[in-house]
Design a protein around this ligand. Structure first.
Ligand code: SF4
Length: 316
């Protein structure tokens, strides 16, 4: 039989099989906002990685099928240790998360700690090993509150995203030392591309994700996380918007606001890793119960501490 790919993956038959398997396995299907539209459309929950994991920890599902990238499945495993976490394509990774290892972070901490207290803030877009070496995590939505929560007498080191760190510096006034990592998708957006989009859609506010470089954020009408973009577009009186993040985001924005128009700041803002999972891979994962992502207990407990400290901060 021909493997289920392409158009066949999108057939009703395939979707029906997935739904049946989800029921039989007592599984829940999660999709990140950057996933392919057909994957988002069949998911039980869509959103950003952390909100998905938190919501899932409150369900009685026994299996989580996480349609996202590897660090997101790890976060689900950290927050839901009793559930089996499947990542339908095991090598769906995050180039930014892979820009720092736990060993590199340990060395950096040792170098910085001479004569001062250092607090490590890690973006949730990090591996579980890096989270285990972290004092407190942050998301793109709460990075400012997290940085402000750190004792002013302590030195902050932020990893891995240099752009998110510079955004936090600008909005907190804190002296933050940061790792020089970046998301290639957001970091490649140029001023020229944004200016061109604005000239084509002069009435549309430009919403930028804080993973974009500082010169792009300077051009933004609003700087928002993915969930922040959905909330903003829903309450705004504007009828059209320019979106400065991965183009998968246009799908949930359009679904939530069918009467509004969303244009990419650059149609080339595509994360290839986020597009690896299709309906065929989801069905295979449910049939085989593989590939599984499981964070070892010692790493999980340390990493969970960093996530829990973030969640304890009011309004994060
Ligand atoms: S869009 Fe950027 S941060 Fe998100 S998974 Fe892809 S490379 Fe990583």
């Amino acid at each position: 039989m021909k493997p289920a790919t392409g158009i066949i993956d999108e057939s009703k038959d395939l979707r029906d099989k997935i739904k049946t398997m989800l029921h039989d396995r007592k599984a829940i299907l999660l999709a990140h906002n950057y996933q392919r539209p057909e994957v988002q459309d069949i998911a039980d929950l869509c959103g950003d990685s952390l909100e998905l994991s938190i919501k899932t920890s409150q369900t009685d599902a026994e299996v989580i099928v996480f349609c996202g990238v590897h660090f997101m499945a790890e976060t689900a495993s950290i927050l839901c240790p009793d559930k089996k976490v499947l990542l339908p394509v095991f090598d769906a990774g995050c180039p930014m998360a892979d820009m720092i290892t736990a060993e590199e972070l340990r060395k950096k901490k040792a170098a910085l700690s001479t004569g001062q207290n250092v607090v490590v803030i890690s973006y949730v877009n990090t591996t579980a090993d890096v989270k285990a070496e972290t004092d407190i995590c942050c998301t793109s939505a709460n990075v400012i509150q997290v940085a402000k929560s750190v004792d002013p007498s302590h030195q902050i080191f932020m990893t891995p995203d240099k752009n998110l760190a510079q955004y936090a510096i600008k909005h907190t006034g804190r002296n933050i030392i940061y790792w020089e990592g970046f998301c290639p998708v957001h970091n490649n957006l140029t001023v020229e591309q944004v200016r061109k989009a604005k000239s084509i859609h002069p009435e549309a506010p430009f919403l930028a994700h804080p993973e974009c470089p500082p010169e792009i954020l300077e051009l933004a009408d609003e700087v928002k996380s993915t969930s922040g973009m959905i909330a903003y577009a829903g309450s705004s009186e504007s009828r059209e918007f320019i979106i400065g993040t991965e183009i998968g985001m246009l799908h949930p924005l359009s679904k939530a606001n069918p009467d509004k128009l969303f244009f990419p700041a650059d149609p080339g803002m595509i994360c290839n890793d986020m597009k690896k999972i299709g309906l065929g891979e989801i069905l295979t994962a449910l049939q085989t119960m593989q590939p599984e992502v499981k964070v070892p207990r010692e790493i999980r407990e340390k990493a969970k501490g960093a996530v829990d400290r973030m969640l304890a901060i009011p309004s994060t």
